[in-house]
Unconditional design. Structure first.
Length: 532
């Protein structure tokens, strides 16, 4: 923990002793096997969420007619920015009217919130800092590119900027403790937004150059040494170039080049933001995460994406920088949603998707996310969606109805989520005691171009499937026996009650060979298996 974090934690503890906070009674994260659950009011909670556009929550009046529309989708959680520039318009003077208005609007419509702290950085830039910070570039210096140009980006190397941000965030969290600790409207906090330097691989300001030429912090070297067996190859390769030196400047330890620059920036962003998060947690201990603007799939180059941001290549650097942030979450806009998801699904990193493509991809990707261990999903720009058919709402309704059995019950069900399409029309998944071949359902009357769903084992010989546009064939068991389908029964969720529909066979199960989920609507099927 850095000096800034220790100071703020001490000051906060003096005003509000840690013993007064019962963390277990607040929203918190809890391990469940290989995955992590969000616990709210003592029970697992799945975030069926969506994020507002960047400026929507800056006006209570603008939001008034939007809240009921969000509840009707139905969402249970809204991700909404709160802005340093509005919270602290003058240094030391705090205005909570926007925050209180957001709390009131959410509560009136039975919605929860995740607050996004737009402060020192948003999408790599410093556009949401207060005017008094913008005007004082001597006290709050900006980044400098390699050609000498200053940019409107606070340097993460500056202690004064970190203290000012952390102080404002601590005041926000103290206010939330005072007005929401009994209600738990706010579930989590996102600290900053898609941080990192655009246009260059590192900051070349005077402060940054001095730090870059100085020694690599001993805390970072110690962390890398203790985690050497699990470091990704990109970090190992840089460190290996110096024969794993345990002291020296950044170039002496990691060599020269853009990827060393990226490690340097990741360390300083990580120290700064973990310090801000720790100051907030000392006031009110909610889960806190950082979201990542992802590197391109092909030929990733730091500076083309925000250099130093919490992309998967440098997550170990961020983890070494502090423990105020509990998880790092991808803003997953990839055409193949599974790629970033699996990159971030590493041991100790809870899975939550704070931003994703809205429609039509969102209706499918939520199945993949929840079926593979995420506790929440949130497409972007909900207040301006053009989703006349409410396809995401359709997914949320059926998954919400299944949540007590699949996601939030006492028993963690073995399951897998998947998305297939004409570019990748088939996949294999493992679920508990079973292996499946999943493919687009183009049998008989179904002509699917997109298939998605979840298959879960809910008993020793019982399976549950949900989704559309695919069929699932059982593969032989490990003992070589073939596995067949017994009764297959469809279910419908009508007016809050599960009702049994048809017993499926014949064309509807490809003559007893597969579970079928035809295109057109999401369906739920329960099946019994047998071996022969």
């Amino acid at each position: 923990m850095n000096a800034l974090s220790r100071t703020l934690l001490f000051l906060a503890a003096a005003a509000f002793p840690a013993s007064a906070q019962t963390v277990a009674s607040l929203p918190h994260l809890e391990r469940a096997g290989e995955d992590t659950r969000l616990i709210v009011d003592g029970k697992p909670f799945i975030i069926f969420g969506a994020e507002l556009k960047n400026s929507s929550s800056s006006s209570v009046g603008y939001m008034d007619p939007i809240w009921p529309r969000l509840a009707a989708i139905p969402l249970n959680t809204v991700l909404t920015p709160v802005y340093w520039e509005q919270l602290e318009p003058e240094e030391g003077k705090f205005d909570y009217s926007i925050v209180d208005g957001l709390l009131a609007g959410a509560r009136k419509n039975n919605l929860r919130l995740v607050f996004l702290w737009f402060a020192s950085w948003k999408n790599g830039m410093s556009s949401h800092i207060p005017l008094w910070v913008k005007r004082d570039s001597a006290r709050f210096p900006r980044c400098v590119l390699h050609d000498g140009r200053r940019v409107e980006v606070l340097t993460p190397v500056c202690t004064a900027s970190g203290k000012a941000d952390a102080n404002a965030f601590a005041h926000l969290m103290r206010h939330l403790r005072e007005v929401d600790s009994a209600r738990h409207t706010v579930l989590m906090m996102q600290v900053e937004n898609e941080v990192g330097l655009l246009g260059d691989t590192r900051d070349h300001s005077e402060l940054a150059n001095k730090a870059f030429e100085g020694p690599v912090p001993a805390e970072l070297i110690s962390y890398l040494a203790s985690h050497r067996d699990t470091l990704p190859e990109n970090i190992l390769a840089l460190w290996r170039s110096s024969n794993f030196k345990n002291s020296g400047s950044w170039t002496e330890v990691f060599g020269t080049g853009k990827y060393t620059d990226e490690l340097f920036m990741a360390w300083h962003y990580g120290r700064y933001i973990n310090g801000v998060a720790s100051a907030g947690k000392a006031e009110y201990h909610l889960p806190m995460y950082c979201n990542a603007w992802l590197s391109p799939k092909d030929n990733p180059q730091p500076g083309k994406y925000p250099s130093g941001g919490p992309v998967f290549q440098v997550l170990h650097i961020w983890r070494a920088a502090g423990d105020g942030i509990e998880m790092y979450s991808p803003d997953d806009y990839y055409a193949d949603f599974s790629i970033p998801f699996q990159q971030f699904k590493i041991p100790g990193n809870p899975m939550f998707i704070p931003e994703a493509r809205p429609v039509p991809e969102g209706e499918a990707n939520v199945f993949y996310a929840l079926g593979n261990g995420a506790f929440g999903f949130s497409p972007f720009g909900v207040d301006q969606w053009e989703d006349k058919d409410n396809v995401i709402g359709r997914s949320y309704r059926i998954l919400g109805a299944l949540a007590p059995e699949l996601f939030t019950g006492a028993q963690k069900r073995p399951m897998a989520g998947f998305v297939i399409n004409t570019s990748r029309p088939t996949t294999k998944v493992h679920v508990g005691d079973y292996d499946f071949q999943i493919q687009l359902d183009n049998l008989y009357y179904s002509h699917s171009k997109l298939g998605y769903g979840i298959i879960a084992q809910v008993g020793s010989d019982k399976l549950l499937g949900v989704g559309q546009g695919f069929n699932a064939t059982l593969l032989p068991g490990k003992d070589g026996k073939l596995i067949g389908w017994g009764p297959v029964v469809e279910q419908e969720f009508i007016n809050g009650i599960w009702k049994t529909g048809r017993r499926l066979n014949g064309d509807e199960t490809y003559q007893g060979q597969a579970l079928r989920f035809p295109d057109g609507s999401i369906s739920v099927e329960r099946a019994t298996t047998y071996a022969y």
